[in-house]
Ligand binder design. Structure first.
Ligand SMILES: Nc1ncnc2c1ncn2[C@@H]1O[C@H](COP(=O)(O)OP(=O)(O)OP(=O)(O)O)[C@@H](O)[C@H]1O
Length: 557
């Protein structure tokens, strides 16, 4: 019975054709299923079939579920990726970030990501937050991750939008990671070189580096005076901030004062200025420096608020898989500044208009731009006796005096600073309320940078630009820019004839001739000059006398 039932079970699903093989069945004594007995066999048969059917069904069901789950998983991963992409696009759109290049990393959503995603040290993050920077600016969101990944970067973002910190943070991260490895290496030279167009900007960048590198132990050097260069360069430092001229001097010294062959980073700030050829630019110097930076692993980053076409092309050709980032529309004045144009008729009209501004009660600090050193001196002389704290800044002033003026303007001791293009780029005076373009800028690029000394870091500012009949050739350009920034300009200005490329280049390179600002007659001016010289000499003599009157021991101190 047992054998039978076992057989039945084993053969339960084998279809045995009794009609066809009945004889064989009788031979091996296989019981023909009887209807009564057969009932059980049939039931068993059908139960077994059912069981198997269920098992099969269960099997195919679980397979289906697995497939469904897999599909769902796939779908959720795709959905998540899509959602992430949407979020990133939203972030890019919100901050007007445009990036061209391959494998562009996602923009930073917050400063915390520096640590969470890129392993930037707590010290750097703390220093950034200690500056009161709650959120990264647009350029910081995109340029920082790029540079943290060691990518060559070309970054264009409006004036006052935090480009300095955007290159400082990744450079500090990279160099701080190296520090442990390089202890004791002699004369390896700096690891990062920051090139800027002016001494003032070099000192400002050094200050920013110092603030953000507190606690890291990195040494940042600015080379100013030729006399102290050799001494300074004997010391080991990590970051060198300098103008191209100073660096060339150091490189061409009989015994080169600095080695740039081990650099890991070359950052060119205000890079369109650096690429300018001729007297005002540094194109040749930049070429020499570029050749001297021979480390094959050198990373390059170029920053500015304005980019010329040829610089962009150079970057594409010469940088390694470069990513170009720009924030908002290219080459536009910042929209945080209320901009206006004032027709003054002639030169004397400008003086009247400026005195009017004083009378209306302008809120200091105020920057006043003129086109040359001579005109800066003239305007300063003319306004010296007004009841305002005024000073002047131009390249003819000795370095010590220039530093003093910058310091006093920052401290609020000077209310109105008359200056040349020297202060037009990069300088970050906090809270400048008003920029006056006393002399019309010689190019739209110059306008963007001058006006950008106010309305920084999202604050509001005001810019007034005087113009005379002589300034009409460039008026249309500047008026267009003002309109683009959302400020009203009369219709006729934007409808004026546009100067040709050649004329524009000519205007940018040669400042127009203007009548002297001084209202005194020539004899009075000479008398004033002589008087000033005399006063200056007397004060020098007094200082000398004081020094020689001191006991020798005190002098030695
Ligand atoms: N994330 C931030 N949040 C708030 N303020 C910031 C942030 N980053 C930088 N700043 C501040 O913004 C101001 C302008 O920064 P910075 O000088 O770097 O501007 P910039 O883009 O280099 O301008 P320019 O083109 O004129 O050189 C500085 O005072 C700086 O301290």
């Amino acid at each position: 019975m047992q054998g039978n039932s076992l057989f039945r079970k084993l053969t339960a699903f084998a279809k045995f054709d009794m009609k066809r093989f009945g004889g064989d069945a009788d031979l091996v004594k296989v019981n023909r299923p009887k209807q009564d007995l057969n009932g059980a066999a049939a039931v068993e048969n059908s139960v077994a079939q059912k069981e198997l059917g269920q098992q099969e069904k269960a099997g195919s069901e679980s397979e289906g579920k697995r497939k469904k789950k897999k599909k769902q998983k796939k779908k959720t991963a795709a959905q998540l990726a899509l959602r992430r992409e949407e979020e990133l696009n939203h972030l890019r759109n919100k901050h007007h970030i445009h990036a061209n290049g391959t494998d562009v990393p996602p923009p930073l959503a917050s400063f915390q990501e520096l640590q969470d995603t890129y392993g930037v040290s707590e010290v750097i993050l703390r220093n950034v937050l200690a500056q009161g920077y709650a959120e990264p600016t647009g350029i910081q969101r995109q340029a920082v991750p790029l540079m943290l990944q060691g990518r060559d970067t070309m970054a264009c973002a409006p004036t006052g939008s935090g480009k300095t910190a955007a290159f400082i943070v990744p450079v500090l991260h990279d160099l701080s990671q190296l520090m442990g490895e390089e202890n004791g290496e002699e004369n390896r030279g700096p690891r990062a070189l920051i090139l800027v167009p002016t001494r003032e900007l070099a000192k400002q960048s050094q200050r920013e580096f110092r603030k953000l590198s507190k606690g890291l132990g990195l040494k940042i050097c600015v080379v100013e005076k030729e006399q102290t260069m050799a001494k300074k360069c004997q010391q080991q430092f990590d970051i060198l901030v300098t103008t191209p001229n100073r660096l060339i001097y150091m490189l061409k010294n009989e015994l080169p004062l600095v080695t740039v062959s081990n650099l890991r980073w070359l950052v060119v700030d205000e890079c369109d200025k650096m690429f300018e050829a001729g007297k005002q630019g540094f194109r040749d110097q930049l070429g020499t420096i570029y050749q001297a930076c021979s480390n094959p692993n050198l990373r390059r980053a170029l920053f500015s608020a304005t980019f010329a076409q040829d610089v962009e092309e150079w970057c594409k050709l010469n940088l390694d898989n470069v990513v170009q980032v720009h924030i908002g529309a290219k080459n536009t004045a910042t929209n945080t500044v209320l901009q206006e144009l004032v027709f003054t008729g002639d030169e004397y009209g400008k003086l009247l208009a400026f005195r009017n501004l004083i009378k209306e009660g302008m809120t200091p600090p105020v920057l006043v731009f003129v086109q040359s050193k001579d005109r800066a001196k003239q305007l300063y002389t003319e306004l010296m006796y007004e009841n305002i704290r005024i000073d002047v800044m131009h390249a003819d002033r000795p370095q010590g005096q220039r530093d003093e003026v910058v310091k006093n303007f920052r401290l609020g001791l000077i209310w109105v600073l008359v200056c040349t293009e020297l202060m037009g780029r990069g300088i970050d005076f906090k809270g400048v309320n008003l920029v006056v373009n006393y002399d019309f800028p010689t190019s739209a690029i110059s306008y963007i940078h001058r006006v950008g000394r106010t309305g920084r870091a999202g604050k509001k500012g005001r810019a007034v630009t005087f113009f005379t009949e002589n300034d009409k050739p460039l008026l249309r350009n500047i008026a267009g820019m003002i309109r683009q920034a959302g400020c009203p300009v009369p219709e006729y200005m934007t409808a004026m004839k546009r100067p040709g490329k050649k004329e524009r280049r000519n205007l940018a390179q040669n400042v127009p001739e203007r009548k002297s600002i001084l209202t005194m007659d020539v004899r009075d001016q000479e008398r004033l000059k002589r008087k000033r010289k005399l006063v200056h000499k007397q004060s020098k003599d007094r200082k000398k006398m004081k020094l020689s009157a001191k006991p020798a021991s005190q002098n030695q101190k």
